[in-house]
Design a protein around this ligand. Sequence first.
Ligand code: ADP
Ligand code: MG
Length: 323
Amino acid sequence: EHIANQIAAGEVVERPASVVKELVENSIDAGSTRIDVSVHEGGLQSIRITDNGGGIDAEDMETAFYRHATSKIANGRDLFEITSLGFRGEALPSIAAVSKVRLISATESDGRGREIVIEGGKLIKHDDITASRGTDFLVEELFYNTPARLKYMKTIQTELGHISDVLYRMALSHADIAFTLRHNGNLLLQTLGNGDLLQVIAAVYGTSAAKAMLPISGESLDYRISGYVSRPDLTRANRNGISTIINGRYIKNYGLNQALLKAYHTLLPINRFPLAVLQLDMHPSLVDVNVHPAKLEVRFSKEPELYTFVEEHTRAALKQEVL
Ligand code: ADP
Ligand code: MG
């Protein structure tokens, strides 16, 4: 019996990094304070994610792999005020349809857990097992049963690059979670999870970059901003060092980037860009995350007001430096 189907899988699972993103989001939603990610051969051989979150109830182990079996939307109104990262219930069935999955989970610290094995969407095993509280998700041989998709995978380095980007974003948007990323056993990223964003910036961009950051903070009736922006003398060749985090969710928004760049306008050489991690908090009704859940795109209900807010506070942050 196939409890998941391959056709829809392609929408969610494009490459190993998509698996990492979905599984880490689930670990975050489960309230984890430690998330360890270990991949081999760019994630094509294996992806393992271990967390210390709330775990999955015995009776939900199998149903979690059914399409739209999300536990995260309580009612219709919730869709407009989403605070959890996942809400579509598509990730697990999609991943399980195109790989070999072994899931171990426990909801209590009494050592009693469950193990489930699914290959190509087919349930192979479901047993009681000794496990500590949390979830241990192993995905092996991604796309083993969809050779056409497998052929589109790039080099190990490229796939690893995408996975690193996912972990960087997750770590930057969750300084209170301790992350590790390992590739073929080598430690590539380690954050402490003590809430110190500057420590995460140091882990992601290096200690000298972290030293060149200026704190940004402020609030208006609708918005609160915090985070760090780089001194104008620390510049980069592209915009990839600009991270924007709305209500704990890493997003992309062209207008926000432009607002930040405007504040740097006269300070940067042409074709150079700052490093920045902007955390913005606002009432969920002011942001629509439904535009493109997978593409990290959002829409704001009061764009001009928000952009002016960001530009002015960035300017203020840079001014501290000049004084
Ligand atoms: P969604 O995240 O959209 O709800 P998923 O397919 O990603 O859907 O996950 C299905 C369900 O499995 C989740 O709603 C959650 O209840 C459970 N789940 C998945 N991963 C974890 C985890 N690491 N810890 C606890 N529960 C999990
Ligand atoms: Mg999910």
